[in-house]
Design a binder for this molecule. Structure first.
Ligand code: TXA
Ligand code: MG
Length: 315
C-alpha cells in the first residue's frame, strides 16, 4: 500500500490540509496523527473492519484494547451511558489533556475496540491537529500509539514513517510531540478510582480533584487490569540497564566492556520524557547494544518515566 504523508506545522497548522485525512477516517482507512503525548494510529471507532486493520498494521495482540479519542465532551455520552461524577470532575479539569478515563462502555462501542471488555478507554487530546482531525471526521477515533507493537512509542512523524510506511493510508507528520510519554490511564469503574498507567498527570493531581485514588500497582505478579501493561513495551533492541548513581554507571561499563555502550543523560524530567523514546530508537539505529540510564526519583511525573524505563529494561 502507498502511504500518503502530509506535513503540517504544529505551531501554525493549516487545517484544510486535514480534510483528506478526515475523509480517510470516514471511509474506514487508517491515519497516524500527532497528539501531545505520542503519535496515535487512528480509525473510525464505530467501524469494526477499520479497527481490525489497526491491529494488523501494528502487529498488536488482539486482547489489548484501544483508547477512543474525542474532540468535545458531548461525544463521551455516545461511548458511555454511565459517567460518574468523579469522571465529570476529572474531565472538566484535565481535558483536553494527557488523561485517559476508563468507563463502562455503551452498546455503540464495538468489542473490537475494547478487546471484548465491557469498559472503554476515552481521552480528549490537547493537540490542534488531533482535535481538528476528529472534528472534521465527526467521529470518535480509536487510536493506540502509532508504533509497531513492542517498539517504543513514536514521538516524531519520522518514527511513524519508520514503523508504518507502506502499511497504512496516511501519516500526518506534525513534528515532535510535547510530552513524549503516553497518557495517564485511570479506571473509574470502581468506587475508588485506580491508576492503571502512570503519565504526566500525577496521582497527587488526580487526588486533589477527586480524593483517594489507588495505584499504580507495581506488583508484576498480579494480573494487570490494563492488558497493555503486561506486554514488553517501549523496548529498544539494545539492552537497557538502570544505574543508581555514577559509581553504578562505572561498574556497569566495566562489567560489560565488550558491549557498544550508550549512556543517556537528561537535564530534567520533561527533557527526559520528551527524548527517552527517541533516544532508544536512535541508539538502535546506531548499533549500540547496551543503554545505560541513571534512575530518577520515582515520584510524581518521575514515577511515569521510571515506569517506562523499568519496562524497557524488563526489571
Ligand atoms: O497517550 C496515549 O494514551 C496514546 C495517544 C495516541 O493517545 N495512546 C496510547 O495507546 O498509548 P496504547 O494503545 O498504546 O495504550 C493504551 C493503554 C493500553 O495499556 C491498554 O491496555 C489500556 O490503555 N486500555 C485501553 N482500553 C482499556 C480498558 N477498557 N481497560 C483497561 N485498560 C485499557
Ligand atoms: Mg502503545
Amino acid at each position: 500500500m502507498k502511504t500518503k504523508i502530509i506535513k503540517i506545522n504544529p505551531l501554525f497548522p493549516k487545517l484544510n490540509k486535514l480534510k483528506e485525512a478526515a475523509k480517510v477516517i470516514v471511509n474506514g482507512g487508517l491515519v497516524a496523527f500527532p497528539t501531545e503525548t505520542v503519535y496515535g494510529l487512528g480509525a473510525n471507532a464505530f467501524n469494526k473492519n477499520a479497527i481490525k486493520k489497526i491491529f494488523l498494521a501494528k502487529g498488536r495482540p488482539g486482547d489489548n484494547p484501544l483508547i477512543v479519542h474525542i474532540y468535545k465532551k458531548e461525544q463521551l455520552f455516545d461511548l458511555s451511558e454511565d459517567v460518574p461524577s468523579k469522571a465529570q470532575k476529572l474531565i472538566n479539569y484535565f481535558w483536553p489533556g494527557p488523561l485517559t478515563i476508563i468507563l463502562k462502555k455503551s452498546s455503540l462501542v464495538p468489542d473490537e475496540v475494547t478487546a471484548g471488555l465491557q469498559t472503554v478507554a476515552i481521552r480528549m487530546p490537547k493537540n490542534k491537529i488531533a482535535l481538528n482531525l476528529i472534528k472534521m471526521a465527526d467521529l470518535p477515533i480509536a487510536a493506540p500509539s502509532a508504533n509497531l507493537s513492542g517498539k517504543p512509542s513514536p514521538t516524531t512523524g519520522k518514527h511513524v514513517i519508520d514503523d508504518l510506511n507502506g502499511k497504512i493510508d496516511l501519516i500526518i507528520d506534525g513534528g515532535k510531540v510535547n510530552i513524549g510519554l503516553e497518557s495517564t490511564v485511570v479506571d473509574l469503574t470502581s468506587d475508588i478510582p485506580e491508576i492503571l498507567r502512570p503519565g504526566k498527570i500525577t496521582k497527587k493531581q488526580l487526588e486533589k480533584i477527586i480524593g483517594k485514588v489507588n495505584g499504580p500497582n507495581k506488583n508484576k505478579t498480579e494480573k494487570p487490569k490494563s492488558p497493555g501493561m503486561k506486554y514488553r513495551h517501549y523496548s529498544p533492541k539494545a539492552k537497557v540497564l538502570i544505574a543508581k548513581n555514577n559509581q553504578d554507571v562505572e561498574k556497569i561499563c566495566k562489567k560489560y566492556n565488550n558491549e557498544k555502550i550508550k549512556q543517556l543523560k537528561y537535564i530534567n524530567k520533561s527533557h527526559m520524557a520528551k527524548n527517552l523514546f527517541k533516544d532508544f530508537r536512535l541508539a538502535d539505529k546506531k548499533g549500540y547494544t547496551l543503554i545505560i540510564v541513571k534512575e530518577i526519583k520515582d515520584q510524581d511525573f518521575g514515577n511515569a518515566i521510571m515506569d517506562r524505563l523499568r519496562k524497557a529494561s524488563n526489571s
